[in-house]
Design a protein around this ligand. Sequence first.
Ligand code: ADP
Ligand code: MG
Length: 307
Amino acid sequence: MDFETDSTDLRSAHVIVVGNEKGGAGKSTLSIHIAVALLKSGHKVACIDLDTRQQTMTRFFENRASWSKHASWPIELPRHCAMGRGESHDVRANEAQEFAAFAQAISDVEHDYEFVVIDTPASDSYLMRLAHSLADTLVSPLNDSYIDVDVFSRVHHDRDRRGGVAHYADLVLQARRKRRIVDSGVIDWVMVRNRIASLSNNNAKQIAVSIGRLSRELGFRVADGFHDRVIFRELFPIGLTALDPIEEGVNNGGLTNSQISARREIEELVKALALPTRAPGVEHMEQRRLWRDRVLGYYREQAPMAH
Ligand SMILES: Nc1ncnc2c1ncn2[C@@H]1O[C@H](COP(=O)(O)OP(=O)(O)O)[C@@H](O)[C@H]1O
Ligand SMILES: [Mg+2]
């Protein structure tokens, strides 16, 4: 992989980075569900876990691999790579080591896979910035809370003091600039609401207005993601999701309404991401090119600042 070439060639792998500097917003949950949904629709998927501390995504796929040995139905698995952490006291040496490992992980899959899903930690680091600048689609989970909105733009009761671009949003804007220079690429940034409350409330409505304003300023799209549901967390220990045929193996034949809704939410989310997924009669690379033209057109028109 060469990060510095000025080339408009597309790699086959469409890189989906799931990022947001806030812990607990749902990055790993979204990464896992997006990866499984893409596997289920027959795509070749590779995953990279950049969260060297928590390794949630890695543990999920370990659980899934071990369940698959006993399951009576086929269980799709991605190629998975868990990044290690540079352990020396020399920050530069650590960065060099992490860069080399990450570059290797990307070049191992960029020409053979259709999608790479990268889960990231809730911290700013060299590697996290690098991963963001490689994203074709950046998915950021957002809970209905001003604490979550504050990660993107300073929220303050005094109008004069609100609205500064916050640290994470600045990181994304820099990644976009870098991306434009390196390969004339574009990052489609999608803010995904997560843990939506089942009853709508005033707070959620006000937050929706703030997010709408921000989406024009920072250049992102907004997608409805997942409601707060037990099914999104309870299957973690066995490495399954609501998309797996849990009614056959785990649930004794039936699905609850919440499980049916969870399935629909996952499918709707993947649709809203508007990824270059398979279509009859269209090659993957052709889909990638069509995707890039569509996204470039969208940002030129809707959010010129973002391009
Ligand atoms: N839609 C949801 N419904 C229920 N629980 C959720 C949902 N999204 C995330 N969680 C739970 O919230 C916690 C944090 O989610 P996680 O995906 O680990 O966040 P992050 O990776 O951003 O730190 C976990 O316990 C996870 O199971
Ligand atoms: Mg996580």
